[in-house]
Structures are given as C-alpha cells and as structure tokens.
Design a protein around this ligand. Structure first.
Ligand code: PEP
Ligand code: MG
Length: 591
C-alpha cells in the first residue's frame, strides 16, 4: 500500500507524479464507489414507510437520469446505450430493488445501508456465475448502486461540471469524458487512485499546470470530503490533514516553485539552439483552445499537437462545422504565422464520445478509434475537415491523422481532404487547402510501413504514448504496469530510429509529439535521432529548452549509436545520466 503515517500523525499517500507543482486546499471527493462510505443507523417503526419512499424516489430519479442520457446520446452511439438499457431494467429488478426495500422494512435500517448490503450480495452472486455475460452484470450492479446511492445522499458527485469552489479533485479515476465536463478553472489539483502519467487526466493537468498525483491507490479511501490536503505533484505525494508546521513548509515550497517557474519562463522565450548552433523547433501540445495562452507564454515555435476530441465529449450530438471553425480560428489567429498542427478526431479508445455510457467495445484501445472511426463516419470527418480548411485562412495550419495503421487509411484521408476542398470551392466558400498533411505514427504497423506511408504524406509525427502502449502491450492508463511504460525501452528507440531514417531518406519532416518529448533527459537522444521538431505539454518547454542549450549536436549521434546497442531502458538511462547527469541536476537544482 502506498500509504504512510508521518511523525506528526499526518497521512501521506504516494502516487505517480503526473503534473508538477504544489497546491493546498480542500478535497472534493468524486466517490464513484460511494457504496463504501455509508453509515448504518436505525429507523423507528413510524418512519419506515418514509424511508422506503425515499429509496423509491432515489430509484425513480436514477431511472429518469438513465432515460435522459439514452435520449441525448448521438444516434451513432446508440449501440453503447444498450448497457444503460440493461441497467434501467436491473434498477427495478426484484433482486436489488425488492430486496433493498425488504431489508429496510425487516431490519429497520436506513436506505443507504440496505442498498449497500443488498448490492454487495447481488454483485457477488453475479460474480460467481459461470456464464460470462451474467458475470459481467456485476459491474452493472455497481454502477446502478452508485447511481441510486448518489441520489439517496443527494451528493453532487457525478455532477463534476457544477463544482463552484476552488477545490482539489479526488477520484478513483477520471475518464476523459469526466475531465471534459469539469470547470478546470475551479480545480486546484488532481488526486486519483488509478491512472498513470500518460493518462489523459495527467496530460490535461500538465498542460493546464494543475498539480496532480495519480495512481495513489487508496486516495478515495483515505481522504474525506473537505479534508485539507497538500498535493505535491513534483514529488508524487499527498499529505492529508497536515500539521501547522507542514502547511508552512509547503507554502514556502510552493512559493519557491512559483518564483523558479517565473524565472525559467522568462528565459524560455529564446529559441532552442544547441551549444554548437543547431536550431530545433519546440512546440506545444494543447487540448482546449484556452491552453494556447501557455503555449505563447513559454515561447513555443507553434502547436505540434492540437487534440480536437475534447470538443466532442460530454455533450449530446456532434459540434457543428461553424462551432469547430470558431474554435480552430481562435487558436490559429492567436498563433499568427506559427504552425498549428490540428489532429483530426481521435475519438474512442479511452476517449468515448458521450459521458456516462461506457463503451460497448470489449477492447476499445484496439477498436474503432481515431481515423478508423472517421472513415466509418465520413459525415463527421468531412464536417471537421471543412472547418479546418475554412479556419486555415487565418494562419499556418497542418493536419495530422491519428491511429494510422495502414497505407490505405492515409490515402483515403487525403482523398476525402481533396473532396472537401473541391466541394468548398464549388460553393464559393473562403478556405485554404494549401495544408501539409501528416501521419501520427503511433501504431507499430505504421512504423513498419513508414516508407510507403511517406509517399502519401508531408510529415511524420511520432506519438510515443500510444506507440509504447501498442508496442510493449502496456495499457497507458493502468497503474499496475506503469513501471513498464518506458520511452527509453530499446524496442521503442529502434522504432524511432526506423522512422527518422525513413524520413531522412524520403526527405520528409519528422516530429515527435508524445509525452516522451517533454522530459529533458530524452532531448539528447531525440536530437541525435534527427527529430526536426519536438512537441510537448507547454510547461515542459523551459526545461527542455534549457537542456538543449547545453547539448552539442555533434555528441548526440554517437550517443544514439551507443544507446541502440544497449538491451534495456535502465542501461540507456544510465548512459544518459553519465553524459548529462550534471547538466540535468544543474537544471533541476535551479528548479
Ligand atoms: C500519442 O499517442 O503519443 C499522442 C500524442 O496522442 P494521444 O496521447 O492523444 O493519444
Ligand atoms: Mg495517441
């Protein structure tokens, strides 16, 4: 267990340092397994009827909520609502509904307790069934029980969109759909039980500079609503109910961190040039148009990855062409002549389109994700392409296609791009189709086929988050295997080398936009491999730039050669530490 009690009696949780910085504030628990925090109390005989009524009302509210979600789900996702329909039926099933009422009446206990007790029994009955379909229904029982429980206790837990105070969000896990509903300006920090560094909560937290500790295992069990907590995102620590002394210490640390940030930000506006004069473009990754501010602030040379799917999540229906056009135009205009790389819709996988209605795919990471989805829904893809082409009149735009796993996908994407341009032309619309198109290289088959893909595109951008996930068979959001998620793994370095060699041979640009690029220690390798551009979460830019300034380009090629001979991530890390450890600790010392 990642939990310890300090000398002064504070509880300290250890998790993954997902976004640096320190915040102090009150915890806001998004307790999805609310069933666990229930107390038992007895109900006098005269009040039993009211208690049953209260339970029935909570069930009715839950049924209405489910109906509402089903009705608002875009037609295309109706297949996913079958899970919710099953849950609707189970809500009124005798096993749960009938027995909970019976328990209230027979044991004279509160509805919450009765629900908790019955749900646990029913869940374990389902779990012991041999039929896999029925076994899976145990999950549905959990979801239903949670929903009824929330309605019973009147908690706001699901409605994270309505948080009105500045709080630290504590949750078991946050799906991208959850994150897309949150008013992020209200969030001081994130703490979750599950999730790793490259989970989307981690990425958003880094981009918005919100301190985050993820994968803390027991956070929701150890922290209560309104508890004062300290989140040390740099060290991956959470301190619950800190003593006065600890509070003072962390307030000072937080202040120092902010001062240091301000100092390196000032230096960050200068271009990234190695000690021997080689210039590399450093770009920012964004998810929401608001984040463009930090891209500018940290002196990025452009946007290397604009993740566009967040505009599609947590809502009913798809955004319209005009809505998308406005969003893109805003970002493009702010960036002026600097390139904005718009990644087309990378929906599904871990980014299901509609909130609260779990995906129907058994294995979503290998499912209808990214370009696969877009090619099956040409109407959705065309709408986005039209918006991009129109917005491209405002500045310097590139298009990047995610989840390319075959050449046909990129060929078809380009055809659709041409068709959209032709249609806009016929309509007499104002647009710009002089746009570079690139493939996001994140599936191993795309690396293998890079030479053929190169003939169809203008640039490669390597998405190491998924490339590591798919190459090493490591779920990027799974804490259990996060120790294996290593960008310096020799298998990954070999794939990167393969792509950069093909790019050089075919005279195509080669960029990297996975999280790997945001760690200063990787910079010598990435330079040596010949990356033309590195795109990262904006707050990583100052440190990476500082690192680049202390590297000699001429040292990096021999370094890569040596790294490629090594058989483990540890050894390559050791090699880098040996060559650049001093520089790094100097950078970190000033941090
Ligand atoms: C990646 O996979 O590396 C990437 C950049 O895209 P995302 O993290 O959005 O999947
Ligand atoms: Mg990806």
């Amino acid at each position: 267990m990642n939990m310890a009690v300090t000398d002064s009696g504070e509880t300290m949780l250890k998790g993954i340092s997902a976004s640096p910085g320190i915040c102090i504030g009150k915890a806001y628990l998004v307790d999805k397994e609310g069933v666990d925090v229930v107390e038992r109390y007895f109900i006098p005989e005269s009040k039993i009827r009211d208690e049953v009524k209260r339970f029935k009302a909570a069930v009715k509210k839950s049924t209405d909520e489910l109906r509402d979600i089903i009705e608002k789900t875009p037609e295309d996702f109706l297949q996913q609502t079958s899970i919710l329909e099953t849950q609707q039926v189970l809500l009124k099933d005798k096993m749960l509904y009938g027995r909970a009422i019976e328990t209230i009446e027979k044991e004279s206990v509160n509805a919450e307790w009765a629900l908790k007790k019955v749900a646990a029994e029913v869940k374990s009955t389902f779990q012991t069934m041999s039929d896999p379909y029925l076994k899976e229904r145990a999950e549905d029982i959990s979801h239903i029980a949670d929903r009824i429980m929330r309605n019973l206790v009147g908690a706001e837990q699901v409605d994270i969109g309505r948080i009105y105070k500045r709080v630290i969000l504590v949750a078991q896990d946050l799906s991208p759909a959850d994150t897309s509903q949150i008013r992020l300006d209200r969030i001081k920090g994130f703490v979750t039980d599950k999730g790793g560094k490259t989970s989307h909560t981690g990425i958003i937290a880094r981009t918005l500079e919100i301190p985050a500790v993820l994968g803390a295992d027991t956070a929701t069990a150890s922290i209560r609503n309104e508890d004062v907590i300290i989140v040390d995102g740099t060290a991956g620590k959470v301190i619950v109910s800190p003593s006065e002394r600890t509070l003072v210490e962390y307030e000072e640390r937080s202040m120092r961190y902010k001062q240091h940030k301000a100092a390196i930000t000032r230096k960050s506006r200068r271009p990234a040039k190695t000690a021997d004069g080689h210039r590399i473009r450093i770009m920012g990754n964004i998810e929401l148009s608001e984040e463009v501010v930090s891209v500018i602030n940290y002196g990025a040379d452009g946007i290397g990855l604009y993740r566009t799917e967040f505009q599609y999540m947590g809502r009913a229906g798809f955004p319209s062409e005009d809505e998308l056009y406005e969003k893109y135009a805003d970002v493009i205009e702010v960036m002026g002549t600097k390139p904005v790389t718009i990644r087309t819709l990378d929906i599904n996988g871990d980014k299901a389109i509609s909130p609260n209605n779990g995906s129907a795919e058994v294995n979503p990471a290998l499912g209808l994700r990214g370009i696969r989805y877009c090619l099956q829904r040409p109407d959705v893809f065309e709408t986005q392409l039209r918006a991009i082409l129109r917005a491209a009149t405002h500045g310097n735009v590139r298009i990047m296609i995610p989840m390319i796993s075959t050449c046909e996908e990129i060929i078809r994407s380009r055809q659709m791009f041409n068709e959209v341009a032709e249609a806009l032309d016929k309509e007499g619309a104002v647009f710009n189709s002089d746009i570079k198109i690139g493939a996001l290289i994140e599936v191993p088959s795309a690396v293998v086929m890079a030479d053929k893909i190169a003939d169809e595109i203008d640039f490669f951008s390597i998405g190491t988050n998924d490339l590591i996930q798919y190459t090493l068979a490591i779920d990027r959001g799974n804490r259990q295997v996060s120790h294996l998620f290593r960008p310096l793994d020799p298998a990954i370095l070999r794939l990167l080398k393969w792509v950069t060699d093909v790019a050089a041979e075919k005279n195509k640009g080669v960029y990297i936009c996975g999280e790997m690029a945001g760690y200063a220690i990787h910079a010598p390798i990435l330079l040596g491999l010949g990356m033309n551009e590195m795109s990262m979460n904006p707050q990583a830019i100052p440190t990476v730039k500082q690192m680049i300034r202390s590297i000699k380009m001429s040292d990096t090629q021999p370094l890569v050669k040596e790294a490629l001979r090594l058989a483990s991530a540890e050894k390559t890390f050791g090699l880098l530490q040996e060559a650049y450890g001093d520089v790094l600790s100097e950078i970190e010392r000033t941090e």
